[in-house]
Design a protein around this ligand. Structure first.
Ligand code: GLA
Length: 650
């Protein structure tokens, strides 16, 4: 069964509406909903007084209608009494402003009383519903750190110091790692150390990086505490939390991933190429899941309410988005939210049941999607195999977030997206991998932006190339160690040997400035005074400087770009590195082709046409649903999707 549903927030509606809701869920083929996410104020209306009247009815109603509950612990939204009674547990920003209750995630991640109260309500919910037949899965909290990832209060300062003692052991080690010899920042007592609060000018880069690491760990600790509590009460019930893979950069999801089972993520369309953004998020979720199927816990049927301009989805787009996630390994397609709210901050966010009722484009598409997912049930459990991986590390993104850089225009997340986008356009299905992870399954590694890399990570990448892999590295990668200290002796320190290039000096390009390459295409944002030591220069700037190099390394190859390529150049480079790596490319512009397969060899080709013209792609098998034979060529009408159950290998 492919899981289908969304967040159901019945506390916003009357019981008559609930009855209509479950009838509509049946009509749409919804088989699971997330409930209780924002119910704390109903479940514990006053501190210590619990009331399960509402949730009891909701759980029973779901069960009676054959809909499973992904039951939430309501800890993402403490009620007003919490902030009112415990103002010291509200989050504090870097300027020392304490944030009031009246929104959500109004708590400091290091607050002992928040943790106590959160675990108490989670325990109450778990004990109440441990044997309820509707309970299928735990939905712990909601989007950890979405709004309160970093708190700068005194409780956070104390917890940060404990975390730092664990990491460094001695103050000398911390002073050395943070480079506190600079600007007279040397600490002589642990108590002097603060979170990076507002300061006259730049804070210490090591301090800010460690604070990001600590803040991510603080939220992970809260997750673990809830998960362990639930595991004690309902052993065997899977417990997850909804990550925001590729959307949100505050938590280190590489550290969350092994702790959640299954991996679940949320995605919302954003940017100029939203379907490429979506594909990246889906591939990232699959990679966090170690290749296993994952759950799309939220996306939207149409527009959201939190962007400056909220584009509504065109007819067919929601179905295309859903099938994209499915193609890239999701076994659940869920939405925020079931019924669009009438009031509250998200009343202009689309839902599965729109304000305007069921005689609508959205509702017709919701029922069509439910029917399609039922027809695709046999896809459940199949997996996606990728020959290429894009490397990504949060610590590197966080370190580069310090404002004192050679240029503010080198945005690692943007660069990663662009390079991933070039692979997407070449039809290459990619994973996302951590530089210290197991890279042995890949033929090609793409390193768009890894400013910070540990010695272990650098050695791992070298080993990958030595064993015959192909690596493509972007500029301003391999520059600092894990404490954000420059690797000396010629940039890019960690990759200098692997790339066979040494760089003397960076020459960031001003807005509007570019370098042209002799072989075609251009670079922006970045250039550098580079010299090939052992590498072969594949292309030069018009000034004669190396722009693109290739170095032999063991049985493999390492390419380097000294600038940020435009689309033409990046396309050229991707074609070349894929050829070097033996990774196949396709040329069906705007048509996404992804394969899922079962271990027994049954496989499914997903063809998603994002263009406004029909396309024909190679495929053999039978259409699913429909069972129509496909004999070498599959036509996918404009804006539509096709799934082919492929002929078993001869
Ligand atoms: C996130 C949250 C939801 C809702 C949506 C709106 O995904 O988890 O509660 O706020 O965003 O897009």
């Amino acid at each position: 069964m492919i899981v289908y549903g969304g967040d159901w927030n019945p506390e916003q509606w009357s019981e008559e509406t609930w009855a209509e809701d479950v009838a509509l869920m049946r009509e749409a083929g919804v088989n699971r909903v997330s409930v209780g996410i924002f119910s704390w104020a109903f479940l514990e209306p006053e501190e210590g007084r619990f009331d399960f009247g509402l949730l009891d009815k909701v759980m029973d109603l779901l069960h009676a209608n054959g809909v499973q509950a992904c039951l939430a612990t309501p800890t993402a939204a403490p009620p007003p009494w919490f902030g009112h009674t415990y103002p010291e547990a509200l989050p504090v920003d870097a300027d020392g402003r304490r944030l009031y209750h009246g929104s959500r995630q109004g708590f400091c991640p290091s607050s002992p009383i928040y943790k106590e109260r959160a675990l108490r309500i989670a325990e109450q919910v778990a004990r109440r519903y441990r044997d309820h037949p509707a309970l299928a899965m735990w939905h712990i909290h909601n989007e950890y750190g979405c709004h309160n990832a970093r708190c700068h209060c005194d409780a956070s300062a104390a917890a940060f110091r404990v975390w730092l003692r664990g990491r460094y052991g001695t103050l000398d080690a911390l002073n050395d790692a943070w480079g506190t010899a600079f600007w007279s920042q040397r600490y002589s007592d642990w108590e002097q150390i603060l979170p990076p609060r507002a300061t006259p000018t730049f804070t210490n880069p090591g301090q800010q990086l460690d604070f990001r690491r600590f803040s991510s760990d603080a939220l992970l600790d809260l997750f673990r505490a809830e998960r362990d509590l639930l595991a004690g009460i309902t052993p065997g019930v899977p417990a997850t939390t909804n990550l925001m893979a590729g959307m949100h950069w505050e938590m280190d999801y590489w550290s969350f991933a092994p702790e959640v089972d299954p991996v679940a993520t949320d995605h919302y369309l954003i940017g100029e190429d939203p379907h490429i953004h979506l594909a990246f998020s889906a591939d990232f979720a699959r990679s966090l899941s170690g290749g296993r199927p994952w759950l799309l816990m939220e996306h939207s049927t149409s527009g959201v309410n939190w962007q400056g301009y909220n584009r509504a989805k065109r007819p067919g787009e929601m179905l295309r988005n859903s099938v994209q996630h499915l193609a890239r390994g999701a076994d659940a397609i869920m939405f925020f939210q079931w019924r669009a709210s009438r009031a509250g901050a998200e009343k202009w966010h689309s839902g599965m049941v729109p304000h305007t009722g069921t005689d609508t484009k959205i509702w017709r598409e919701v029922t069509a999607l439910g029917a399609l997912l039922k027809d695709l049930a046999e896809v459940e459990g199949s997996t996606v195999t990728a020959d290429a991986a894009v490397l990504l590390d949060y610590a590197s993104v966080w370190a580069e977030d310090h404002p004192a850089q050679p240029t503010a225009d080198h945005d690692p997340v943007e660069v990663i997206r662009q390079w991933y986008g070039a692979l997407w356009k070449a039809g290459v299905t990619c994973d996302v991998a951590h530089p210290e992870g197991d890279l042995s399954a890949y033929k090609l590694l793409v390193v768009p932006a890894l400013y910070l890399i540990s010695d272990r990570g650098a050695a791992n990448i070298e080993r990958f190339a030595a064993a015959g892999g192909t690596v493509l590295v972007g500029p301003y990668s391999g520059i600092v160690d894990e404490h954000d200290r420059v690797r000396l002796g010629g940039y890019p320190g960690a990759f200098r040997d692997l790339l066979g290039v040494t760089v003397e000096e960076f020459f960031p390009l001003a807005a509007g400035e570019s370098v042209t390459l002799a072989g075609g295409g251009a670079g922006t944002v970045w250039s550098e005074l580079a010299r090939a030591t052992t590498a072969k220069v594949l292309d030069v700037h018009t000034s004669g400087e190396p722009a693109w190099t290739r170095n032999a390394w063991g049985d493999g190859t390492a390419h380097y770009l000294t600038t940020l390529p435009d689309g033409d150049l990046l396309g050229r480079v991707v074609a070349e590195v894929c050829a070097d790596a033996g990774v196949g490319t396709t040329s069906h512009p705007g048509v996404e082709l992804v394969r899922r397969a079962h271990p027994d060899g049954r496989s499914y080709l997903f063809a998603i046409n994002h263009t406004e013209a029909g396309a024909t792609v190679p495929a053999t098998g039978v259409t699913l649903p429909g069972g129509l034979p496909v004999d070498g060529a599959l036509t996918v009408p404009a804006g539509e999707v096709r799934v082919v159950r492929e002929a078993p290998p001869a």
